[in-house]
Design a protein around this ligand. Structure first.
Ligand code: CP3
Length: 356
């Protein structure tokens, strides 16, 4: 299918550290419960996974934030836990409790039975959504595809859901490192195929969310998280037109490892608010673009306070190329959409002075 030309390429240009007229912006979890129209569509779908599996409705919620705000990118509406679900762990959500798996994996025997899901059947609903969103975007802004990192997926699969102390997954890692590596291997191969399927379906950039890499020691992070993300970066294929697709790695609480992350060959790194952006820029030395890094909780403050924080972050990154404005983590469900609008407006207003 012939794809329409891109009308707004600020995000892709910033990823490649090329000049832009203003700093591009999108928000992690920009489609979600802070938007009343999202809640209405989710109610229509029934539950969260039915929404992800419904091509038209997944496309609809992807586009909702773009109708409200002048954003520079769309992100596929789906979840990182689609891969373990397709592996047979049976993902479900209990209201107010976050994701859960009916069949978590804790033993080597269970891990040995896991196989890479079939992208053409088990996860076809995801690539169908990518194709439809690309078509409906009609070149307005680029579409971001995504996946969880193998380590982050493994935490949910072994713990059976969210966790505060990571006891089960760390027990497996320290007591049976071979079993852990076997799990991470099958996940890395799954993520490579998954992201390549999204790229083939039309994703113009991909992002790997390593939400839980930051709970590891530096050595364990290298071996159990970063090594597998590097494998993913190297395993991504080019588009049918022969272009390589930019890849952003984001380890939450991973600010101390930016140099090592930049050495993987990633195009950009996500940075959370616990890292100073000016220092981060200096440390990566032009090797990668940087995405971030406002604390999403600033959106609880007044529009004036939000504008002030945006100015501080723009100043911190400074003049020049390679900055994509974002929150340092997902937008909170209680945020007033008007405050998200103020955030985006402030970037539009104050960022042009940092570009020629
Ligand atoms: O950013 C976007 O707009 C795209 C959609 C997106 C979702 N999840 C939708 C979603 C993306 C990129 C994700 C990634 C994701 N999912 C991550 C990595 C990023 C991060 O936040 O650290 C993680 C760890 C998950 C796992 C997950 N899925 C959790 C912990 C939850 C529950 C969170 C909550 O707020 O209750 C989900 C469910 C989920 N994924 C929701 C959305 C909009 C909320 C579901 C609902 O509608 O109730």
């Amino acid at each position: 299918m012939l794809k329409p030309a891109l009308k707004n390429d600020r995000y892709l240009r910033a990823l490649q550290q090329q000049p832009v007229d203003r700093t591009p912006v999108w928000m992690m979890r920009q489609a979600g419960r802070y938007l009343p129209e999202y809640k209405a569509t989710r109610a229509e779908a029934g539950d969260f996974m039915s929404l992800c599996r419904n091509t038209e409705l997944a496309c609809e919620v992807t586009l909702q934030p773009l109708r409200r705000f002048d954003l520079d990118a769309a992100i596929l509406f789906s979840d990182i836990l689609t891969i373990p679900d397709a592996m047979g762990l049976e993902l479900y959500f209990e209201t107010g409790e976050g994701p859960k798996f009916a069949k978590p994996v804790t033993t080597l025997k269970q891990i040995e039975k896991l196989a890479v899901p079939d992208m053409g059947s088990d996860l076809k609903y995801v690539t169908d959504a990518v194709s439809l969103i690309r078509q409906e975007l009609d070149g307005a802004v680029p579409l971001i595809g995504f996946s969880g990192s193998p380590w982050t997926l493994a935490t949910y699969m072994v713990e059976g859901g969210s966790t505060k102390n990571f006891s089960k997954v760390k027990k497996l890692m320290f007591a049976e490192p071979q079993a852990m590596h076997q799990l991470l291997d099958v996940l890395a191969e799954s993520v490579i195929q998954y992201l390549n399927a999204q790229i083939e379906a039309g994703a113009q950039s991909v992002m790997v969310f390593d939400t839980w890499g930051g709970v590891l020691s530096p050595r364990d992070y290298q071996q159990f998280s970063l090594a597998y993300m590097e494998k993913i970066v190297k395993g991504l294929t080019k588009t049918s037109e022969g272009r390589s697709v930019p890849v952003t790695l984001f380890t939450k609480n991973g600010g101390q490892w930016l140099e090592a992350m930049a050495a993987t060959g990633a195009t950009a790194l996500g940075v959370d608010w616990t890292t100073n952006l000016a220092e981060a820029r200096q440390r990566v030395g032009g090797k990668v673009a940087l995405q971030g890094n406002m604390d999403p909780s600033v959106l609880y403050a007044s529009p004036q306070r939000i504008e002030q924080e945006v100015q501080e972050i723009l100043k911190s990154y400074g003049r020049g190329n390679g900055h994509i404005f974002n929150l340092g983590h997902g937008i909170h469900p209680e945020v007033d959409p008007e405050h998200a609008a103020a955030f985006i407006e402030a970037i539009h207003k104050h960022s042009p002075q940092y570009h020629d």
